[in-house]
Structures are given as C-alpha cells and as structure tokens.
Write a protein that binds this ligand. Structure first.
Ligand SMILES: Cc1cc2nc3c(=O)[nH]c(=O)nc-3n(C[C@H](O)[C@H](O)[C@H](O)COP(=O)(O)OP(=O)(O)OC[C@H]3O[C@@H](n4cnc5c(N)ncnc54)[C@H](O)[C@@H]3O)c2cc1C
Length: 458
C-alpha cells in the first residue's frame, strides 16, 4: 500500500470534479483526480453532449421534412441510427480527447479506479491511499426508478436509450421533466409514436406555468401524446413490447418504456457517512460555501441538493477550488442558474417563475410581460412560435425570464446577465439588439415592460 499526499484530492471526474481540479491546478495546488470510469462523467458521456447531438439529428430530420415549404426540394427518407450514433460518438470522442489533454497538461494526477473515503481526508483506491489537505466529493448521480419498477430489457433509463441502435416504432416515456421531454422530442422527430406519462398536472412542471402550457400546446401540435396528473402503476414486458398500466386503470402498449423520473445522488458505499459527512436521503449536505459537515471536505455537482446541471457543477467546482485557495469567492445563487431544455421547442429560463415571484414579493408588487415571437422576424423565418416572458419587481429589477420557441436556448446568455446583474427593464431597453435576430425578442420584451413597446400589439 502506497501513501500519496496532495493539496487537493477529488473523488469523481465529472463536471464538478474536473472543474475543481482544473481551477485548483491553476491556483498552484497539487491535485489528485480519482475517476473510476471516464473523465467528463455523465454530462460528456451519457448526458448533455450525446443527447444534444441526437437533438441536432432530430432537427435536421424535421428541417428535411419541411424543406419544400422553404422552396428546397429534399426527401426525408429515414433515420440511419448507426450513422446518427457514429456522428454523436465522434463529437463525444473529440471532446473527451480535448478534456483528457487539458487535464493531462496541468499539475493533476489522474487516478483510475473506484475511490472510497477511509479517513475524513483520505481516499483509498486499489489499495493505495490518497490524502488531501482538502477533499472534494463529486461522485455525481444515477438514473432513478420507481419502487417496484425494475430496469432491464425493454424498460430502460436514458443510458440504455442512448445506446439503442434502432428507432423504436412506439415509445412510452415515464416522466415529463427535462430528460423525458428531450427524448420524446428526439424520438418523435425520428418517426416514433410517443406518449409521455407525467404524475404532476403539467409537462415540465418546474417551469413557469405559461411555459408548461405552451410546451403542451407545441407537443400536441407535433403529435406527441401525453397524459398528465396520472400515476404509473406497473409494467409487464414480452419479447416484442411493454404494457404499462396506470392507476386510472388504463393500459398502454409500446415497444419500449423509458423511465425518466429523475436522478439520485451517487453516494452509497463510498464511506461518506462513516467518516462523518452528513448525508440526507443520499445527498451530501453542505453549507453555502459547499463545505460538508467535515471541515476541509467539500462537495460539488449532482450530489449536492439543488439543480442537477453541468454548469452548476462547473461553477461549484471553481468555487471550491477558490475557497480552498483562500480567495473568498462570492457564493453561488441557485436562483440565478440558467436552465435550458433542448427539445423542439426549446425552453430557456432563469430566475423566479411568476408563481414563485408572487409568493416572495406579493402578487401586487410584481409585473409581467409576454412578448409573442409572432412579432419577431427571425422566429417567423424559422417558423417557430413561442414567447419571452419577463417578471419584474415593480420599480425594481427583472427577477425572472422565461422563453419558449425553437432555438431560444441560445438567448439564455443575455437573460442570465439581466437577472443576475439585477438589471431594470429600463436599463435593458436602452441596449441595442441586432435585427433580425431572435435576440431582439428579449430587447422588445424589455422595451415593452419599460413602457415603450415597439413591435408589440399589447
Ligand atoms: C440524459 C441526460 C441529459 C443531460 N443534459 C444536460 C444538459 O443538457 N445540460 C446540463 O447542464 N446538464 C445535463 N445533464 C445533467 C448533467 O449531466 C449533470 O448535472 C452533471 O454531469 C453532474 O456532474 P457531476 O460532476 O456532479 O457528476 P457526474 O458527471 O455524474 O460525474 C461523476 C463522476 O464520478 C465518477 N465516480 C462516481 N463514484 C466514484 C467513485 N467512488 N470513485 C471514482 N469515481 C467515481 C463517475 O464515474 C463520474 O464520472 C443531463 C443528464 C442526463 C442524464
């Protein structure tokens, strides 16, 4: 058994872990980064990147189908799934090589193997001990299922769905959150019949109610079926398909069932609690400086309660590295973290929903404005509908921006600056937005909320 000592020992090389490693190395620390699988974690290999590649293929399929409308002669023949997967894997491989090279070029020792906390600041890997002056836990998350719902065969999670070599004829997606609607969108564009089952009353239930409603309208128009406010009660599978039963007594048949009911923290069996790290339902509890109940042991990413997003993990990793280096970084405001759902249509949001804003400030103390993409030239060219919805505190800053429509995810950058810099609509109204872009819709919405609408009917 060998003993190794580092300034920072990081368990898990996903978004949270590798960001902490890169920033720590930049700040002159010696770093051990322990990873049992591949650097890049869920986001690069099984999450953000591969799903967005599939969504791009889906968009190309839709554009091809609709090409004649724009005067382009093209025939949509079908989806070559092995080629789609090759295209996707090529992107993941290139990014993986880039990341491996980047980490390799720094003062970071990558340790391959599964780590376990054996003392508050010591991780054992393959019999060796890695002790850090500080330790960062970043072991990520796994696809959850429901009690009694066994994964296997035709009942699969997103990991298995990404590995499919064919387009299923008919799919049931259990869960109408981000991952569920993204896969539903992909499969519909690829030609499958899709039904989503969501226990809560709406699709994308974490979004502003107006966005959820618009998403349902858009999916209905696309022929994506969904049942909301209904609970799953069981599934049986045969050699050819699945039969899903609902608590309402209804049964549905399909080729596969995708279980997309959320992700749980990957913390069991790694010695956290044994070493005094407080855990609640598997999540590692931290203070707002991301330090766990053990001094000098920090946690980042999906194991920390809150939004499970890669860019939150990056930011937390950077924060922890700076905290360890004594730079006293500004705490991360969870509410200011931008969110994008990359389905067709896309959803992009930051800040409070109208309901949350009314709860926090009182309904009389906020104002909202919805700018319809019908008035936006570029959106008309793209053939998309949707809106930009703003929420402001009366005589105060913009506290929520919610967008839906094709490609609106690309507008989240300005939206998050507005909310996080606590801009007033009047401030944004004086900034020039290029014409014709979808970005103008943000400008127009702020003009209107500042009381001087230009291309707006209301
Ligand atoms: C289908 C899907 C789509 C997604 N799309 C998006 C998106 O578009 N945008 C977005 O922001 N987020 C997206 N996410 C979420 C995003 O992937 C996660 O928020 C992010 O990966 C979390 O980073 P992390 O570092 O906490 O964990 P992970 O990325 O899960 O990394 C944890 C790493 O730790 C390793 N590990 C675990 N235990 C040990 C151990 N004991 N020893 C050694 N190594 C260990 C794992 O192998 C893994 O590499 C998506 C997720 C999924 C599943």
């Amino acid at each position: 058994m060998a003993e190794h000592n580092f300034d920072v020992v990081i368990l898990g090389g996903g978004s949270g872990g590798y960001a902490a490693a890169l920033r720590s190395a930049q700040l002159g620390k010696s770093v051990a980064l322990i990873e049992r699988d591949k650097l890049g974690g869920t986001c690069l290999h099984r999450g953000c990147i591969p799903t967005k590649a599939l969504l791009h293929s889906a968009e190309v399929a839709d554009v091809t189908r609709e090409a004649s409308h724009a005067g382009v002669q093209a025939n949509f023949v079908g989806i070559d799934m092995p080629q789609v997967n090759k295209y996707r894997d090529g992107i993941v491989d290139r990014l993986f090589k880039g990341l491996t090279g980047l980490v390799g070029s720094k003062n970071i020792t990558v340790v391959a193997g599964e780590g376990r906390l054996v003392a508050p600041k010591t991780v054992a890997v393959n019999g060796d001990h890695y002790t850090g002056k500080n330790v960062v836990l970043a072991t990520g998350s796994y696809s959850r299922t429901l009690p009694g719902l066994e994964i296997g065969g035709r009942v699969m999670t997103s990991e298995h769905a990404l590995a499919l070599e064919f387009v299923p004829g008919k799919v049931i997606v259990l869960g109408g959150g981000v991952i569920g609607v993204e896969f539903a969108s992909i499969w519909k564009s690829f030609g499958a019949e899709v039904t989503i089952i969501e226990g809560l009353p709406t699709l994308v239930p974490n979004e502003d109610a107006a966005v959820s409603k618009a998403m349902e309208r858009a999916f209905r128009k696309r022929g994506i079926e969904f049942k909301t406010g209904v609970r799953f009660s069981g599934v049986t599978q045969s050699a050819t398909g699945v039969v899903v039963s609902l608590e309402s007594g209804e049964t549905l048949e399909a080729e596969i069932l995708l279980v997309a009911v959320g992700r749980g923290p990957n913390t069991a069996g790694f010695g956290y609690e044994e070493q005094g790290v407080k855990v609640d339902r598997g999540y590692v509890l931290t203070n707002d400086r991301l330090e766990t109940s053990v001094a000098g042991v920090y946690a980042a990413g999906d194991i920390v309660p809150g939004l499970q997003l890669a860019h939150r993990g990056f930011q937390q990793g950077i924060f922890i590295a700076e905290e360890i280096a004594g730079l006293n970084p500004v705490t991360i405001d969870e509410n200011g973290i931008p969110k994008v759902t990359y389905s067709e249509p896309e959803i992009a949001s930051v800040g409070l929903t109208e309901a949350k804003a009314a709860e926090k400030y009182g309904a009389d103390n906020i104002s909202t404005y919805e700018y319809n993409l019908g008035g936006n030239g570029k959106s008309q060219i793209l053939g998309t509908t949707g809106f930009v919805k703003l929420i402001r505190q009366n005589n105060g800053p913009v506290i929520g921006i919610h967008m839906i429509g094709s490609r609106v995810g690309e507008q989240i950058g300005e939206a998050q600056l507005i909310v996080n810099w606590e801009a007033y609509p009047e401030d944004v109204a004086s900034l020039v937005h290029a014409h014709p872009t979808q970005n103008e819709a943000l400008g127009e919405a702020h003009l209107a909320l500042a009381g001087k609408p230009l291309h707006a009917h209301a």
